[in-house]
Design a protein around this ligand. Structure first.
Ligand code: ARG
Length: 257
């Protein structure tokens, strides 16, 4: 009888001990849980790798790291194809997308977006010696390079009789145009502007106006409302503290109001 009681008591004690340990361990894990941020890093000045460097630079990268810091979570950047980002989010392989991703109705069916954090738009880039193309209307029947899965690709596919080539990276698209393999590129205006300013203007230029405005948002898996709320809260705090403006100035020179 005594022996049975003793065994029972010991079992209860060890169960309680396990429970306590389990809880403690769980909490600690949540605190230091890495925030896995997916991107496609051929999109300077938003995300890119300097030649020979393994680190990720750019506005989105600084913003993502600042958001992680605000949330007390370590940020790990995961680089992949742009068209792989939404599937990776939904498969649970990454927690957040920071990739200059435009908020579109179509994407809203698949993921949830944060508050918009940057206003962008598409533009056409051609080789400097191109005398024919003055804007998107002149691209009919022409060869256009884009990055796969982007709003630029969508736009290019609306051009009548155009031969659209979708590349995995913007680097490849730019190379193809330089080699005269295509007549034009459709890409986001701030990225094209940065490319030209970094030396691309030796051979390339933009034509026409910026096409309608697009808003960039950070994306989370649908239903991940807690993370979305935390991200929006972090952005608001970074704006309030002046940290957002500081990051903005680093990459765009001046603060856009
Ligand atoms: N803003 C465009 C889009 O959402 C292009 C984004 C490309 N981003 C990148 N990191 N390569 O489709």
């Amino acid at each position: 009888m005594m022996k049975k009681l003793l065994i029972l008591m010991m079992a209860i004690i060890s169960a309680v001990a396990m429970l306590v340990a389990g809880c403690g361990g769980g909490e600690k894990k949540a605190e230091t849980k890495v925030l896995r941020v997916g991107t496609e890093a051929t999109f300077a000045p938003f995300e890119f790798q300097k030649e020979g460097s393994k680190t990720y630079d750019g506005f989105d990268m600084d913003l993502a790291r600042a958001i992680g810091k605000q949330m007390g979570r370590k940020v790990e950047i995961v680089n992949m194809g742009f068209d792989a980002l939404i599937p990776a989010l939904n498969a649970g392989n990454i927690d957040l997308v920071a990739a200059g991703m435009s908020i579109t109705d179509e994407r809203k069916q698949a993921v949830s977006f944060s508050e918009p954090y940057y206003t962008s738009g598409l533009i056409v880039m051609v080789n400097k010696d191109n005398k024919e193309v003055k804007g998107i209307k002149d691209l009919e029947g022409k060869r256009i390079a884009v990055q796969i899965g982007t709003t630029g690709e969508k736009k290019a596919r609306t051009v009548k009789d155009a031969k659209v080539t979708a590349f995995n990276t913007n680097t490849e698209a730019a190379m193809e145009m330089k080699n005269k393999g295509v007549d034009a590129i459709i890409n986001d205006s701030p990225v094209v502007g940065y490319y030209l300013a970094q030396g691309g203007n030796a051979t390339a230029m933009t034509v026409g106006e910026i096409m309608e405005a697009e808003q960039y948002g950070l994306a989370v898996k649908k239903g991940n409302d807690q993370l979305l709320a935390d991200v929006n809260k972090a952005i608001a705090e970074l704006k309030k503290s002046g940290e957002y403006d500081k990051i903005y100035k680093t990459w765009f020179g001046e603060v856009k109001k």
